[in-house]
Design a protein around this ligand. Structure first.
Ligand SMILES: [Fe+2]
Ligand SMILES: [Fe+2]
Length: 265
């Protein structure tokens, strides 16, 4: 059996998230020996969106592929920068007119892995195509290229939508369905039907003592009395959250999923 593995990290929040992840990555590489490393980068630039230079910095640290989420266009210039990055995919079910790749293919040790992201539609206030229909269309394209190792980042608010997409994608024999967006790692990492590695949410990489990686006080003020406030990335010890997934590269079936959660001491 040709068993390989990958690491996937949840939403990277601001400089603290980037710094802790890139600092810790060599240790995780020597512990898990992953063939591929992926991360969600939708909050990597000051908590809101991503820039070309930060994406390049993440790539240099060893990350092979980056998925995004609803914060994709928060950094003004990213719309024009996105097509420069062949290692990054935008959520696939954004309207067709949006720039960026709907999926990417990463190759290492002569093995190809395809990655794409989907945005859930519950409580997501942006124009979106159907994530199920979009997934079917993209899977057709990927499979026509003979690629069967497929990872999907499901960036959604509700656990029900994530499970619905998880089972739907399991029927289409994808390797792994990994939830992002809620920034808190869930305790349900498992193999769906013994072949699709699933978790409702990977969690985030960012400051541990905060609210989803942001300073506590402005969030409380906003929720308590609607005070117009700017959310800022928190400071202090960070954490990183993700999963390690083993898969059979000959068939694209996952064989093991293990959550990773490390807090800076
Ligand atoms: Fe996020
Ligand atoms: Fe998000």
């Amino acid at each position: 059996m040709h068993e390989l593995s990958f690491l996937y990290f949840g939403d990277i929040v601001g400089r603290p998230g980037r710094t802790f992840l890139t600092k810790y990555l060599p240790k995780l590489q020597s512990q898990y020996h992953p063939t591929f490393i992926f991360a969600n980068g939708e909050n990597a630039a000051g908590g809101f969106g991503l820039t070309y230079s930060i994406a390049e910095e993440l790539k240099r640290s060893g990350i092979h592929g980056i998925s995004m989420g609803n914060h994709i266009w928060d950094q003004k210039g990213f719309w024009n920068e996105i097509d420069r990055m062949d290692y990054l995919c935008r959520p696939a079910n954004l309207p067709e007119a949006c720039p960026g790749k709907t999926y990417i293919v990463v190759e290492n040790q002569s093995v190809k892995v395809a990655l794409f992201g989907l945005l859930g539609r519950s409580f997501m206030n942006i124009p979106l195509n159907c994530p199920f229909k979009t997934a079917e269309k993209i899977l057709k394209e990927i499979k026509a290229r003979g690629i069967h190792n497929i990872i999907v980042d499901v960036h959604a608010e509700t656990t029900s939508e994530k499970y619905a997409l998880g089972w739907f994608l399991n029927k289409h024999a994808v390797t792994s369905v990994l939830g992002t967006h809620t920034h808190v790692q869930t305790a349900d990492a498992h193999l769906m039907h013994q072949n699709t590695a699933f978790i409702t949410d990977l969690g985030m990489c960012g400051v541990a003592r905060g609210i989803l990686g942001f300073r506590i006080e402005p969030v409380i003020e906003k929720l308590m009395c609607g005070k117009p406030t700017r959310f800022e990335v928190a400071t202090g010890p960070s954490m990183l959250n993700g999963v390690w997934v083993k898969f059979n590269a000959a068939h694209g079936q996952a064989t093991h999923i293990e959550p990773i959660s490390i807090i800076e001491t």
